[in-house]
Design a protein around this ligand. Structure first.
Ligand code: SF4
Length: 223
């Protein structure tokens, strides 16, 4: 079975709780969503057998934190992803999944091979792409059998009620999960700071451990 992979590269994680860790990034082609703030418009891919991709990963110098399976949405190719994860985990590599959190059935097929799940909550007022509360609920239930943190992209258009809905969901399923508020990089020129502060205060009031973390790779000019 071949997978469609947009790129494989080594870099420093630029967002979320593992900011600053060296990772190998495997970017899967294709996504099931179309967020208005998306910065990953992919139009090319290379096809690899799982073994071929694994051989490519093994060429990188050891000592990196983990392999980041990112996209697009990696779970769209879950059978292929599972084959790759089997290979990497059997050799002791740590598997880190970056996902939009909308495909719970697919997650359940690979969760056994994952170490860390970096899960988005897609707020309708941020993405302009409808709501996924039911999918997110089921997804977080499954992801919570492993280490998981959540990420919300905050835009000028993000509504407080969407944040509150996300907080209710986290409280209900996994209150210990850390929430990252990530300012939309296209609007990260200071205009979001009041909203970020307010949303962090609301999160604290709701007893959710929340951090504001911008996309550092864009600020630092790292790939
Ligand atoms: S889920 Fe991620 S990759 Fe897909 S459209 Fe949204 S921001 Fe882009």
């Amino acid at each position: 079975m071949k997978g469609k992979i947009a790129e494989v590269f080594e870099s420093i994680q630029g967002e979320g709780l593992y900011l600053g860790e060296r990772q190998i990034f495997v970017r899967f082609f294709g996504c099931n969503l179309s967020c208005q703030f998306c910065d990953t418009k992919l139009n090319r891919f290379i096809e690899y057998e799982a073994e071929e991709l694994f051989e490519k990963i093994k060429l990188y110098q050891k000592g990196f934190h983990s392999i980041s399976f990112t996209g697009g949405e990696p779970l769209l190719q879950k059978d292929y992803l599972r084959e790759v994860l089997k290979l990497t985990s059997s050799q002791g590599y740590k598997n880190y999944l970056e996902t939009n959190g909308t495909l719970p059935a697919e997650l359940s097929d690979v969760i056994g091979y994952l170490d860390i799940v970096a899960m988005d909550l897609k707020l309708p007022s941020s993405t302009g792409a409808g709501h996924f509360w039911d999918e997110h609920r089921r997804f977080l239930e499954i992801a919570s059998s492993k280490e998981v943190f959540l990420k919300l992209v905050i835009c000028e258009a993000t509504e407080e009620e969407d944040l509150r809905q996300g907080l209710r969901l986290i409280k209900e399923i996994n209150q210990a999960a850390i929430l990252v508020l990530q300012p939309n990089s296209l609007e990260n020129d200071g205009r979001l700071i009041d909203k970020l502060r307010k949303f962090k205060d609301i999160s604290r009031t709701e007893n959710i451990n929340c951090r504001i973390i911008p996309q550092m790779h864009k600020i630092a000019g790292i790939r």
